[in-house]
Write a protein of this length. Structure first.
Length: 199
């Protein structure tokens, strides 16, 4: 493999490791917020059972670093169909949760992205000197996810915070979960809805 090709592979490897999840928008309801929250129930909707448990536990672990008690809903409701409004309210009131953090997968779409040819250098493009085309142009199919997150104030049931995030062609669910958890906890902390990270 030529040095140029090795360099290209290295660049692609670095690019693959870049964050694929972005927080597109977020909003805090000043009339309801009442942070910081220190005990939350965590609910993930619209995903597989394995993804649901993995995400809820990831958020719970991240909250623990802030001295916040975060409890996965899978401990109460193994089947998402059991999560009726009345059932969730009963558990929240019984165990004294201050809020409910609900994350929901709202859209999965496919788009085609054109990757242009990769050339060795300017002269390689014209075919006179150096390496000719390293890699021809090609089209790849990219998966895009749209995820909404809402924080409800438990005593009054109103939305205290809402956010929309997008993931562009993630390498797997573990990457989405890790990145989304970090983004949400950071934004909630910045807004005072979570206490600062414990030292």
């Amino acid at each position: 493999m030529t040095p140029l090709r090795l360099a290209l592979v290295a660049v692609l490897a670095v690019a693959a490791g870049c964050a694929s999840t972005k927080l597109v928008s977020s909003w805090e309801n000043p009339a309801v917020a009442q942070g910081p929250y220190t005990k939350l129930m965590i609910i993930a909707l619209g995903v597989s059972p394995g993804t649901r448990a993995e995400f809820e536990n990831s958020v719970a672990d991240a909250l623990q670093a802030h001295g916040v008690i975060g409890v996965s809903s899978t401990g109460y409701f193994s089947d998402p169909s059991q999560m009726t409004r009345e059932a969730v309210r009963a558990w929240v009131e019984q165990d004294g949760y201050q809020g409910v953090l609900v994350t929901r997968l709202v859209d999965v779409s496919k788009t085609q992205v054109y990757q242009p040819p990769q050339y060795g250098d300017f002269y390689g493009y014209w075919g006179y000197y150096g390496t000719t085309m390293v890699q021809p142009g090609y089209v790849i199919e990219q998966t895009n996810l749209v995820i909404d997150t809402d924080l409800f104030n438990a005593p009054n049931g109103q939305i205290a915070y809402t956010a929309e995030s997008k993931s562009f062609d993630p390498s797997g669910r573990a990457q989405v979960i890790k990145e989304l958890t970090q983004l949400l906890v950071k934004d909630l902390t910045r807004r005072g809805l979570l206490p600062p990270k414990s030292q």
